[in-house]
Design a protein around this ligand. Structure first.
Ligand SMILES: *Cc1c(COP(=O)(O)O)cnc(C)c1O
Length: 389
């Protein structure tokens, strides 16, 4: 019975994509001539590296699209996150609250600064941090002091909360922001999966003090490798600009650096690719919504699987379409993945929760029962724009 159930799911995936023959990869970039033209123009100009007009144009297009005050392109999403943590003043031994159900970079970018990830649980509807559970937990374990929020168990300062918008679905960001204000901590958004997603008509990444975007090859738009930092605060934007450009004081010839800095500038050649991608973002998002609607329809008759939809009040970019397996199907997860791969359908299980990885297993955390429940059940479906003709 289960075996036919699994074959049924695979044929529903084929039906959703309208593609019965070809390999279905998880997420491929989508290019037309404009990418080739802009990159060629960039090479011909000679300005392929850290200075050039495409970086500025790309930054402008991000800023306009997201309606963010500032958008600063950098080398990748991980570097963007690290810069957010750094300019938020997070130092060695500071704790930062973050979901356990996220990509490992959310924690890595903090750990390299000596910060300590403090894992919190997610909610079923948004797949992001559960605001109610978080608030109860903070009342329990923390204390607002003149030095900031202190974890009563570890005596360390809790500096920030990182909200991650899973697979492009908006987290309960309004409620989480209120909690940050109440407890006096920074709000940082890991919006690496969320370009093109909105909550109450406001673009994700513009709710927090700082946010990170990613333009890796598998994201909604790509610059090859790349990322950006969004902020609404002029002072923070200036800090980000300074610190990502080796902390060099502007001068026509002299090299004077006034503090330790990173070299995280996005090269012009990557920005050329990114500008061409931004010019077609509405088209890409439209195709992604069509694909999501087809999956939703195709899965509506399958009881053993739930298709994950955008939360209410929100528009998701549907970066990676996702299903949740029923209790009955969980023990067949490996068989499902094996069968899919043997038919060239690239399914991917959600990440291992971070508290289960060796380097983070001793980090502070709350009860993570929803994270653990979902981690066994969520499966990403082939989501390339190219699947929709
Ligand atoms: C992709 C991603 C990152 C890292 O971005 P890179 O550009 O690959 O460094 C960080 N966090 C999340 C949630 C991501 O999906």
């Amino acid at each position: 019975m289960m075996k036919s159930g699994i074959e049924n799911i695979l044929s529903v995936i084929r039906e959703g994509t309208g593609n019965y023959k070809q390999a279905l990869s998880l997420h491929e970039p989508f290019f037309t001539n404009s990418e080739i033209e802009y990159v060629t123009e960039c090479i011909r100009s000679g300005w392929v590296s850290s200075v050039g007009s495409f970086v500025e144009a790309f930054s402008d297009s991000l800023q306009k699209y997201t309606r963010s005050q500032f958008a600063i392109p950098v080398v990748n999403g991980t570097a963007a996150l690290q810069t957010c943590y750094y300019v938020a003043g997070i130092q060695s031994n500071d704790e930062v609250l973050m979901p356990a159900l996220t990509f490992v970079a959310t924690a890595n970018a903090l750990a390299v600064l000596g910060g300590v990830p403090h894992f919190v649980d997610v909610e079923q509807v948004t797949l992001g941090i559960d605001p109610e559970k978080l608030e109860c937990y903070l009342h329990d374990i923390s204390e607002v002091t003149s030095l900031g929020l202190v974890n009563k168990h570890t005596q360390r300062t809790i500096k920030a909360l990182v909200v991650m918008h899973t697979f492009g679905h908006p987290s309960s960001v309004h409620r989480l922001k209120t909690i940050c204000e109440k407890f006096g901590i920074f709000l940082i958004e890991d919006a690496c999966e969320a370009l093109g997603s909105w909550y109450d008509r406001q673009h994700l990444g513009t709710f927090g003090h700082l946010a990170a975007l990613s333009f890796n090859g598998n994201k909604i738009i790509t610059t090859g490798g790349g990322g950006a930092i969004l902020t609404q605060d002029k002072k923070l934007a200036e800090r980000v600009e300074h610190i990502t450009k080796t902390a060099k004081q502007p001068h026509p010839w002299a090299f004077y650096h006034d503090e330790i800095g990173f070299n995280y500038r996005m090269p012009n050649i990557n920005a050329a690719l990114g500008l061409a991608q931004m010019e077609k973002i509405d088209f890409l998002l439209q195709k992604k919504r069509i694909l999501a609607a087809r999956y939703e329809e195709a899965f509506s008759n399958i009881n053993s699987v739930k298709f994950i939809k955008e939360p209410s009040n929100a528009i998701s970019n549907y970066w990676l379409n996702t299903i949740q397996l029923s209790d009955e199907l969980v023990s067949y997860r490996e068989i499902l993945l094996e069968r899919a791969h043997s038919q060239s359908i690239q399914l991917r299980p959600v990440w291992n929760p971070l508290h289960q990885l060796p380097m983070y297993k001793n980090c502070p955390r709350m009860d993570l029962s929803m994270t653990e429940f979902l981690s066994m059940r969520l499966i990403n479906l082939p989501s390339s724009v190219g699947l929709i003709q």
